[in-house]
Write a protein that binds this ligand. Structure first.
Ligand SMILES: Nc1ncnc2c1ncn2[C@@H]1O[C@H](COP(=O)(O)OP(=O)(O)OP(=O)(O)O)[C@@H](O)[C@H]1O
Length: 215
């Protein structure tokens, strides 16, 4: 089994990397889901209590708590997946990295996804998933919090670096390489999706079938 972990600051592209994996039939285990599940178990809204419960888990069960709880999910995902690879989204500390290296040895590869602050801020502003996506000060604080938790050091210890400063298509290609997915395999490129979006915009909703035979 190959386990590929990703690490990157907010907005660097980890979610896009996970999308690439899913499109190629590679199961994705999101470490944050462990925290969301624990919030629900404690009757708390994950949207509000995610950070506090992540801290509580580390205090109660040790700094590697989230990695330890993620391990069985990785094994389950590997058993269910079409391929012998699993992507783990979102390591945050060297303790977590050590836990995964201990569990999977040379089968574990850490991929660092990097993009500069301004670019991440711009992309998160476009993403607009929640209010904090457009808040520069909030991003600076998130960065500082993540680095304090050990994310900076974890980035330094990655086996593979992916620089996400170019186009989304270029990034997706680099991710496929890191995942060992052959070019074009099991994936519809962003260029295809952009072309679809253009066609839909041109055709309008009622004429989606038009244009095939010119009739
Ligand atoms: N190369 C790129 N070109 C244009 N947009 C990009 C590129 N890479 C990522 N994006 C977009 O930037 C936004 C942030 O990326 P993504 O959601 O993957 O980041 P993330 O690392 O998962 O962030 P977070 O940790 O905050 O969830 C997304 O809307 C994504 O589609």
């Amino acid at each position: 089994m190959n386990v590929i972990g990703t690490v990157g600051l907010p907005g660097s592209g980890k979610g896009e990397a996970a999308n690439v994996a899913e499109e190629a039939g590679i199961p994705v285990v999101v470490m944050g889901d462990v925290i969301r599940a624990e919030c629900r178990r404690r009757g708390l809204d994950p949207a509000e209590h995610h950070g506090r419960i992540a801290g509580a888990l580390r205090e109660e069960e040790g700094d590697d708590a989230i990695a330890v709880r993620t391990l069985p999910l990785i094994r389950e995902a590997a058993a269910d997946g079409e391929r012998d690879t699993v992507l783990v989204d979102g390591l945050r500390s060297t303790v977590e990295l050590e836990r995964f290296r201990e569990a999977f040895g040379d089968d574990f590869t850490l991929v660092a996804v990097r993009a500069p602050f301004e670019l991440r801020a711009e992309r998160l502003d476009d993403r607009g998933r929640d209010d904090s996506d457009s808040d520069l000060e909030a991003l600076r604080e998130r960065d500082a919090r993540e680095i304090e938790l050990g994310l900076g050091e974890t980035l330094e210890r990655a086996d593979v670096e992916i620089d996400n400063t170019g186009t989304l298509a270029a990034f997706r290609r680099r991710v496929r390489e890191a995942l060992g997915v052959a070019d074009g395999e099991g994936e519809r490129g962003s260029a295809d999706r952009e072309a679809d979006a253009d066609r839909e915009a041109d055709a309008g909703p009622a004429t989606a079938d038009a244009g095939g035979d010119g009739s």
